[in-house]
Design a protein around this ligand. Structure first.
Ligand code: NDP
Length: 397
């Protein structure tokens, strides 16, 4: 009888908590703990209304290892699912090691004072998790997450060698707001305003932020969209694990309105992550900006349209060149109907539930710190089809 402790009560945690609650046979008990108890209670109420199940709620400051340790000792979960922010990753991994509990997250650790997306801090935990016989699964969202699984599945079933990888993330939805981010604004803006980076012939190549773009014609009526090259964290592990890889890039679509607002906010200093003195108080501009922007969770009822996130893979099979695009399309409106969230939270929260399910069922289980592509992709691909994120593979000329 598996018990899961979910940390965080934002857009993504809301989806994961609902999806776990719908699967009583896999998640017998659910505890949802976050900094703001009222947000946990609101999710618990929605779950009760939608499926009649009760979940437990708790308050915790996940930056304080001793608080999480006390919570884990009280609750005794089989797995901790970290859906708070990347800043909490290391503190939560420490708490798991102190109490002997497995760990899962959806985003790599970032130091609050420098926007750096690197796995080195979490990779440093490998030996301690291995020695303790514990497992940490990193990046079980969509990207990272499903994109890593798509690559592992393509490597297993479609290619002898993958030479080129382009991960393409398209949000063709619209929330009707002047400017809003679909997940935590601070994390989102830090990610988008950093320098671009891609991997070619064994080396990282840097580009100015959002300075490279391409048009990609998305399937199923979504059509052509402009996509911008960015650095994204899953590239760091994928370049180590895909055989024969020569180039790996990540692209994301942005509308003109979004980019114009972002440019202005950057130009006036509102995206700065260093503290400034304001009337004798130290304020970090991007944190203040987060406070005045719409909460991602509030965009659920407003967002219309679909997302399409996929991997364009080129390589060879049996001596012949081959190109495939493996992708999922997710509707904002259908996500909202099912769990009360827009598709960005949905496409992250569902894979977090699936990763947790596979770990609890021991289908994905080994001691140490692991990435998604290091496991057999087949059970994960099956679960995506069953739990709301069906995928399609196109053979391209
Ligand atoms: P939100 O900002 O909506 O939610 C974050 C939650 O974490 C909030 O409930 C917040 O509490 C809580 N939290 C923050 N600090 C603490 C703390 N010290 N202790 C306890 N709780 C805390 O973010 P999202 O739900 O949009 O994103 C959640 C995670 O998912 C992020 O790490 C994000 O990077 C990741 N993500 C991953 C994606 C993927 O595809 N892999 C895609 C999208 C997101 P409070 O309400 O008090 O602020």
């Amino acid at each position: 009888m598996a018990k899961v402790l979910i940390i965080g009560a934002g857009g993504v945690a809301g989806v994961t908590a609902h999806k776990c609650a719908f699967l009583a046979e896999s998640f017998a008990e659910i505890v949802l703990a976050s900094r703001t108890l009222a947000k946990c209670r609101a999710i618990a109420r929605s779950i009760k209304e939608r499926c009649g199940r009760d979940i437990e709620v708790r308050q915790v400051d996940a930056d304080r290892v001793e608080e999480t340790v006390a919570l884990i000792e009280e609750v005794r979960p089989d797995l901790l699912v970290n859906l708070a922010l990347p800043y909490q990753d290391l503190a939560l991994m420490e708490a798991c090691l102190a109490t002997g509990v497995d760990y899962l997250d959806t985003a790599n650790y970032e130091p609050p004072d420098v926007a750096k997306f690197e796995y080195k801090w979490q990779w440093a935990y490998r030996e301690r998790f291995e020695k303790a016989g514990l497992m940490a699964l990193l990046g079980s969202g969509f990207d990272p997450g499903v994109t890593n699984v798509f690559c592992a599945w393509a490597q297993k079933h479609h290619f002898d060698e993958i030479h080129q990888l382009d991960i393409i993330d398209c949000n063709a939805g619209d929330h009707g707001q002047h400017f809003a981010t679909n997940f935590n604004p601070e994390i989102n803006i830090r990610e988008i305003t950093q320098r671009g980076r891609y991997w070619e012939h064994g080396e990282w190549v840097e580009t100015d932020p959002l300075s490279w773009s391409m048009n990609y014609d998305f399937p199923e009526g979504i059509g052509a969209k402009k996509c911008y090259l960015m650095y994204h964290e899953e590239l760091e592990s994928l370049v180590l694990h895909l055989k024969g890889l020569k180039r790996a890039r990540f692209w994301m679509t942005f509308g003109e309105q979004y980019l114009t607002h972002l440019r202005v906010l950057e130009n006036v200093g509102m995206t700065r992550i260093d503290p400034v003195d304001f009337n004798g108080q130290q304020i970090v501009p991007i944190q203040f900006l987060k406070k005045v922007l719409p909460e991602p969770a509030s965009l659920g009822p407003l967002t219309k349209g679909r997302t399409c996130i996929g991997c364009l893979l080129k390589g060879v099979k049996d001596g012949r060149a081959k190109t495939i695009f493996v992708y999922n399309i997710c509707s904002h409106e259908e996500s909202y109907r099912e769990v009360g969230s827009q598709a960005i939270s949905y496409t992250t929260g569902v894979p977090a539930m699936i990763g947790a399910k596979l770990m609890l069922e021991k289908k994905w289980r080994k001691a140490g710190v692991w990435h998604m592509e290091q496991f057999d992709p087949d059970p994960f691909m099956d679960e995506l089809n069953r739990h709301g994120l069906p995928w399609t593979v196109l053979q391209l000329p």
